[in-house]
Ligand binder design. Structure first.
Ligand code: AMP
Length: 495
């Protein structure tokens, strides 16, 4: 259990004192040392303070993947203001206003300038013209000291891949606890250079920043998203570790041969399920060790496998609960499910969110004992390893029988040539609900797939139909977008 947890700024200050020349943050403008980052953050926090921003205020931040955005985020953490993290694809003001209850945002921020003239553009509500705060200013009065790692620090919007969007409130301590717990398991090395290719408005991306500042290693931020561009970055910057969802790793693995990538060592894989076949393929194509993690915006990391375990062990599930987390799989009546029995994964610990912005949503998700009900289904085996089996809200009830979309997806993925698969339930007058599948399978059509499924699924698990797609609709974080897939299947049914 971690006890001593500091703010990100305190870690940055210690790092800059111990290793001032460490190349800490890089992007296409080059690398900035720990000492330079500290100087810029001190200046920026002072300027934000003199512009009227106060500890406890909310500031919406446009999350481009750039060093200057990360510095702006650290300025807010230094000041004690909470950052409302907004995807660069969304409008800052609209996103903050769309939240229910509305977010009382004191400022809208975006990063500006290159490595030589970094700046924050600050816009007040109701004002159109932004003020430019140069992070290179000297003689700025420092902001008052702020050292509360347990205060609200980040507002993150859940991806909403299958439900309503919610604003999750996290503290710096939530992120730091997760990092400290994951460090001994994650295959970190002192000379690591991490790839920052995930959205900074998502916990999986934020965790990369926490790793760099707390453990003291390089983080290279890139707005690139195509596998070709990313492989070039990995080769050029000698990237050693990354975080990613299975679809990102698969896309990189497919093209890796052409780019001579040989520097990757470790990578957290999580966010969506994968098959053992995919796991082995990614490891051998990218020459790296995958470390399965399970987490969510509401509780950054829940479980983690170990970098040091053999492949067969790492592949089997999503690892044990982190040492600091307490996990439970209760039955419907509240009693603890025996080992191996499936139920909803519930978790409590220092990584659990402070709550949702909407207290009514918090009351529905966190029970009286402080346990977060994740909505994910799983079971724990004899070695304490958690296996995810599906999502509670995705369960399809056909003629009163519960069907797991995950089981049908796994069966589809086990067929030759199926690259991705997603199964959703659609209402049906006779059966209540029916499973429908979407699959990406360049060679072969729905009939061949259905034939294959008949060999591995029970009759009532067979989908009512399979829609073959050229590509799977994905969320911004690279997971199958079940809302969009449901729409596509509905439209197809109407034809
Ligand atoms: P988000 O909050 O957008 O990161 O989504 C979190 C959800 O992603 C979890 O509730 C799970 O349903 C899913 N997820 C996360 N990690 C894994 C994993 N390792 N395997 C399968 N699903 C996962």
């Amino acid at each position: 259990m971690n006890t001593a947890v500091y703010t990100l700024f305190q870690y940055l200050r210690n790092l800059a004192a111990a290793r001032p020349e460490l190349p800490l943050l890089g992007d296409e403008g080059g690398w900035r040392t720990a000492e330079e980052c500290l100087r810029r953050v001190e200046a920026g926090a002072g300027l934000l303070y003199s512009s009227g921003l106060r500890p406890g205020d909310l500031a919406a931040l446009r999350c481009e993947r750039s060093v200057n955005t990360v510095l702006t985020l650290l300025c807010l953490q230094r000041l004690g203001a909470a950052a409302v993290l907004v995807s660069p694809k969304e409008d800052l003001r609209q996103t903050a206003a769309a939240c229910s209850p509305p977010l009382n945002t004191a400022a809208f921020l975006s990063a500006d300038g290159g490595p030589l003239r970094p700046a924050i553009l600050l816009r007040r509500p109701g004002e159109d013209a932004p003020v430019r705060l140069p992070l290179c200013a000297s003689g700025v009065t420092p902001a008052p000291v702020w050292d509360d790692p347990d205060a609200p620090a980040f507002y993150i919007f859940t991806s909403g891949s299958s439900g309503e969007k919610k604003a999750v409130v996290l503290s710096q301590g939530n992120l730091v606890s997760n990092l400290l717990d994951s460090a001994p398991l994650g295959g970190y090395f002192e000379d690591d250079i991490a790839l920052g290719a995930l959205p900074l408005d998502h916990v999986f991306g934020l965790a990369l920043l926490t790793g760099a500042v707390v453990l003291g290693h390089g983080l290279y931020l890139t707005g690139a998203s195509s596998p070709e561009e990313l492989l070039q970055v990995i080769r050029r910057e000698r990237i050693t570790r990354m975080n990613g969802v299975p679809s990102l790793y698969l896309a990189l693995a497919e093209k890796a041969g052409r780019y001579g990538v040989d520097s990757l060592r470790a990578g957290y894989i999580g966010g969506a399920p994968w098959t053992p076949k995919q796991f082995r393929y990614i490891e051998s194509a990218l020459g790296m060790t995958l470390v399965p993690v399970y987490g969510m915006s509401e509780c950054i990391g829940i479980s983690c496998a170990s970098f040091h375990a053999p492949q067969a062990e790492r592949m089997a599930g999503v690892g044990p609960f982190y040492p600091a987390n307490e996990g439970r799989i209760p039955r419907e009546d509240g009693s603890q499910a025996p080992q191996g029995e499936e139920g909803e994964v519930c978790v409590n610990g220092p990584m659990r969110m402070l709550g949702y912005h909407d207290p009514a949503q918090t009351a529905r998700a966190i029970d009286g004992d402080g346990f977060l009900h994740t909505g994910d289904l799983g079971r724990v085996d004899g070695n304490g390893v958690l296996h995810l089996t599906g999502r509670k809200k995705d369960i399809i009830i056909r003629n009163g029988v519960n069907l797991s979309p995950r089981r049908i997806e796994d069966a589809l993925l086990s067929l030759p040539n199926v690259q991705s698969a997603a199964v959703v339930g659609l209402p049906d007058e006779q059966c209540g609900e029916l499973p429908w599948a979407a699959a990406v399978c360049p060679e072969g059509g729905p009939d061949g797939l259905m034939e294959g499924l008949r060999r591995c699924l029970a009759k009532n698990e067979l989908p009512a139909g399979i829609l073959c797609l050229d590509s799977m609709p994905m969320t911004a974080t690279g997971k199958p977008d079940k809302r969009r897939i449901r729409e596509l299947l509905r439209q197809n049914l109407q034809k």
